[in-house]
Design a protein around this ligand. Sequence first.
Ligand SMILES: N[C@@H](CCC(=O)N[C@@H](CS)C(=O)NCC(=O)O)C(=O)O
Length: 283
Amino acid sequence: MSNSLKLKSENLCFNGTVAYYSHFSSVCNCEMNFAVYLPPQAKSQSVPILYYLSGLTCTEENFTVKAGAQRYAAEYGIMLVAPDTSPRNTGIAEEDEAWDLGTGAGFYVDATVEPWKKHYQMYSYVTQELPQLINANFPVLANKQSIFGHSMGGHGALICALKNPDKYLSVSAFAPITAPINCPWGEKAFTTYLGQDKKQWQQYDASELIKKTQLDYPILIDQGMADTFYEQKQLLPETFQSACQEVGQALNLRFQPGYDHSYFTISTFMEDHIKHHAVVLCS
Ligand SMILES: N[C@@H](CCC(=O)N[C@@H](CS)C(=O)NCC(=O)O)C(=O)O
């Protein structure tokens, strides 16, 4: 086990282990937190990995305690990895001024603007540094990894998959922000982290990326129809759907009547999402 990895807590869960860790991240230049679930199968064999990226205001804990994913990960023998949503306590003055920027709102991009760029390197963190750490310290099949997420984390999962078609074997999302360059949350975050030049923003926008790179597997998205952020046009799944149709990308976009933006929705459809990934990860 790497020296920089600090085990903070460990609990038995469906005969596997939920564990919280912190470590010093060289790309974010600060201490970072993440949670894992190691399924029972990991005691005797290497297992595939499914990364989960959370939404605004979350830590690594929301998914771990509310999504109900461990039961299915134990069934299929998949390791779950849930990173925090941003660096914390970096000393950046504006870090804690708003709930949709800074702490809890890293947006899974590599910031290029001061004062953020020294720490807010979440894209490199989740696609490179964290997988390297996981692969070096846990009994995993490094060539079998997939990714999913919620809201801001759904955006993160989509861009990670679209920018790395060889790295992830499947992707899915709950209520993802699918066109951040055209919604208030994305415009605010991208202006802050990436600057005024909107051309730079496109590299982190799923509805733009899909025009350049198609995935040779279907994307699964669940969107609740009673989701206030959907109603407020923060998520824009129709924009992503049109872009997918234009380029022939297979997309299973399911509108779920009555479901909102909460973890009650996520836990309801968790089994479907884990199965979606297990089909490729466990074959
Ligand atoms: N704080 C925001 C809501 C933020 C929010 O809904 N965050 C979602 C992700 S976008 C979440 O997962 N929250 C944590 C939770 O439900 O456990 C508000 O008051 O409107």
